[in-house]
Design a protein around this ligand. Structure first.
Ligand code: G3P
Ligand code: MG
Length: 362
């Protein structure tokens, strides 16, 4: 029931139909292109149909992700077309309450550079906290070389003790690479006295001492392993459970970004509008969307979200009142629906297709 080749009629004028493509499981699997992905994007480019890539992945800059995808698919993708899980964090960097932030997630220390590029003032990572005092998690998996190369060389008093500054926020940029160390360090801060490392608060409750923001809540993601792998959502379950155990609470307060959250769909919508303007020749700097604001005057009559994960791509697209299309090249498998007798899995409004090319080109 998906209208094949309907976009051809918009050739050489700017389309009022826009596309958001998920990346992992739709365009790429692991580091490899999914067949048909490159053709699909080239087709939309030739028809001047605006599209952006909207992923729950991250840990690197929008620029480096766009380079990698351009190279892997052989299609020119601009950094302006990329919404990573943490791209909306850019909107928080100027908040004057956030001076020292803990940035969590791999690979290496690249999320540190991304956070600095967004404008966060002081960015520390778990590896810095560990380097200052390895007994915080003696079972950590970092090698001496990694600590020497990746940690910021600071005196322990910069992080611990009476002259140290507090942490103002925890930003989970991407899936942890050393989950044990990250859980311990994050839990320490959530339960600290006012964000001071190495302290413990006396009171308990649902509100952590330091706000924590997760950039996505994917329980699963797809790589080239035969079965879906745990994602940041699994890490969140661990952090929530440990926090609630310590505090005797049911629900730790946190903020979640990424798909299926409306805040991220609104952000992606702004980016899609910006990209359409760019295609139309308006060479303006990208807008700085205010978080939580739905675009008021969208030029799009319809937006299609093409994804492989019902719980993130399709659920979020449906909530945002976009059209949604599911593909079979990633997390979703047909038998998931067969076993879903309670209708828990989000249904795509425009069908299930073998791959992205079949979804868009028919
Ligand atoms: O959550 C992990 C991430 O790789 C999922 O990416 O592109 O399927 O949203 P994507
Ligand atoms: Mg995906």
């Amino acid at each position: 029931n998906f209208p094949a080749r309907r976009f051809a009629k918009f050739a050489r004028s700017l389309s009022d139909i826009g596309f958001c493509f998920d990346i992992d499981g739709v365009l790429l699997k692991g580091k490899k292109a999914i067949p048909g992905a490159a053709n699909t994007l080239r087709y939309l480019q030739s028809e001047k149909v605006p599209f952006v890539l909207f992923t729950n992945g991250g840990g690197v800059s929008e620029e480096s992700r766009s380079h990698f995808i351009s190279k892997t698919l052989g299609v020119d993708i601009s950094p302006r077309q990329i919404i990573l899980s943490h791209t909306p964090f850019r909107a928080l960097a100027q908040d004057e309450r956030l001076n020292r932030v803990l940035v969590v997630g791999g690979p290496g220390d690249s999320a540190r550079h991304v956070a600095q590029e967004y404008g966060f003032r002081e960015v520390l990572m778990p590896i810095d906290v560990l380097a200052a005092n390895e007994s915080i998690w003696p079972f950590h998996r970092y090698s001496k070389a990694e600590i020497a190369n990746l940690a910021i060389p600071v005196d322990s008093s910069h992080i611990y003790g009476p002259s140290a500054k507090p942490f103002d926020c925890i930003l989970i940029f991407n899936d942890p690479r050393d989950m044990g160390a990250d859980i311990q360090i994050v839990a320490d801060l959530l339960n600290s006295h006012g964000g001071y490392m190495g302290t413990k608060r006396h009171d308990k409750g649902e509100v952590p001492s330091v706000p924590i923001l997760f950039s996505n809540n994917d329980f699963f993601w797809a790589n080239d392993y035969p079965q879906p792998r745990f994602g940041q959502g699994a890490f969140k379950i661990a952090v929530d459970a440990i926090y609630n155990k310590i505090n005797g609470t049911e629900k730790m307060q946190s903020m979640v970004f990424g798909k299926p959250e409306k805040v991220s769909y609104d952000y992606a919508h702004h980016v899609l509008i910006d990209w359409r303007n760019w295609l139309g020749g308006k060479r303006e700097p990208a807008s700085a969307p205010v978080l939580g604001r739905t675009p008021e005057r969208s030029p799009f009559r319809e937006i299609y979200m093409i994804g492989d994960n019902p719980a993130s791509d399709i659920e979020g697209g449906n909530r945002a009142h976009w059209n949604t299309v599911l593909v079979r090249t990633g997390v979703f498998q047909d038998h998931d629906l067969v076993h879903d007798t309670e209708n828990l899995i989000a249904r795509p409004s425009h069908g299930v297709f073998d791959n992205v090319e079949a979804a868009v080109r028919g």
